[in-house]
Design a protein around this ligand. Structure first.
Ligand code: SF4
Length: 76
């Protein structure tokens, strides 16, 4: 049994003030993001998923509530 490999931890911040609880981030990177009883985002583990997935989660957030590496993700 091999250990899971993860890259260097990103700085992942989630803004619970602006989160609307859509769950996009949880769906995209379920080991990194979770939701509390109010459906607000919580960061479970900044290295929980592959970086691409974490960045995709940030990009997919409808309210730009996820910040990675100190730079807010742009949404299209
Ligand atoms: S995708 Fe954005 S708005 Fe939706 S739960 Fe995650 S942080 Fe909140």
């Amino acid at each position: 049994v091999s250990e899971p490999v993860s890259g260097p931890a990103l700085t992942v911040e989630a803004n619970r003030e602006t989160c609307i609880g859509s769950g996009v981030c949880v769906y995209t990177a379920p080991a990194t993001f979770g939701q509390d009883d109010d459906a607000k985002v919580v960061v479970l583990d900044p290295a929980g998923d592959l970086e691409d997935l974490i960045r995709a989660a940030a990009d997919g957030c409808p309210t730009w509530s996820i910040t990675i590496g100190g730079k807010a993700a742009e949404s299209c």
